[in-house]
Design a binder for this molecule. Structure first.
Ligand code: NAP
Length: 280
């Protein structure tokens, strides 16, 4: 079946909507509703986006998007989980991946559109876990499978075992090189670029993409929207996974899909990345 998204657009991740200090379900649902209304392409969640009381808090919030738009893809992840108020653990073993996949299907009431091995970089026996993912896909427990936080070496190993439907790695503007994106582009694998702004604790985006920021300011656009638009233009086959916790910021970011990208913005983005040593 594989995993596909429309050519251009933004995916909303719900990590901060669950994990941020003071997060409430009502506030999270308001952001998800606004995002779905504005045309977000998919919702990204994980078993790890849990509260101490609810192991499926993130998946329930993601599921709410389906009430508004049936069929919206829901991406979830296995093998990383919350164990206490401030503690998470990793177990990407085949047994845990199966148990997590079954739990995700139960909570979502349907097979997840895409199940990712959350910490592919921290699995003892990657081959066994990838075999299990392939079996889960074959059984219809999940629709598609992929790896998250995977190096090119790990992707090569996994692809020697089975078809990998998608990859989700961090791709923060001005911080991360595009090696895994290029690899996925070459292999025809959708690349989900998480935390494009560097996450909630990163230094201000404008300091990492100053040329884009100056141009955006002169045009009355936001730097976040302009940088995302430039990314969508420069990186076909990549979809940013953003983590807004406010209606205002989620709408601003989703609007990137409709922002026209001209040569000045294209060049500003390329120069900003190149000057940080992470050119495309
Ligand atoms: N696979 C993995 O291992 C993994 C790891 C980390 C994250 N992720 C996924 O990636 C998603 C995004 O990650 P993230 O939240 O860390 O990174 P992010 O999207 O790069 O950063 C989120 C920060 O950007 C701000 N922001 C977003 N849009 C904005 C706008 N238009 N204007 C101004 N500020 C804006 C948010 O502000 P506000 O909160 O104020 O809106 C928040 O502080 C997560 O929810 C999760 O689904 C996956």
């Amino acid at each position: 079946m594989g995993f596909t998204l429309p050519e251009r657009g933004v995916v909303l991740g719900v990590a901060s909507l669950v994990l941020k200090e003071g997060a409430t379900v009502d506030a999270a649902l308001a952001v998800v509703r606004a995002a779905v209304g504005a045309g977000v392409l998919a919702i990204d969640t994980a078993r790890a986006y849990a509260t101490v009381d609810d192991d499926a808090a993130g998946e329930r919030i993601a599921q709410a998007a389906r009430a508004q738009r049936p069929g919206i893809p829901i991406i979830t992840k296995a093998g990383h989980f919350r164990v206490a108020r401030a503690a998470w653990d990793v177990d990407g073993s085949a047994e845990r991946v199966r148990a997590d996949a079954l739990r995700s299907r139960e909570v979502l009431g349907a097979p997840p559109s895409l199940l990712l091995l959350h910490r592919a970089d921290r699995v003892d026996d990657l081959d066994a876990s990838v075999h299990e993912l392939a079996t889960l896909r074959e059984e219809g427990v999940v629709e598609a499978i992929g790896l998250s936080n995977a190096s090119i070496e790990l992707l090569d190993r996994a692809r020697a075992i089975t078809t990998i439907d998608a990859v989700e790695n961090r791709y923060a503007f001005g911080l991360d090189p595009a090696d895994e994106y290029r690899y996925c582009r070459g292999a025809g694998i959708p690349f989900l670029a998480y935390a494009p702004f560097g996450g909630p604790k990163a230094e201000p985006l404008a300091t990492r993409v100053p040329r884009v920021a100056a141009l955006a300011m002169s045009r009355g656009d936001s730097v976040h929207r302009s940088a995302l638009a430039a990314m969508l233009d420069a990186m076909p086959g990549a979809w940013p996974v953003i983590g807004s916790t406010r209606v205002e910021s989620v709408l601003d970011s989703i609007g990137a899909a409709d922002l026209a990208v001209d040569d000045s913005l294209r060049q500003a983005f390329a120069d900003d990345l190149a000057s940080r040593g992470v050119g495309l």
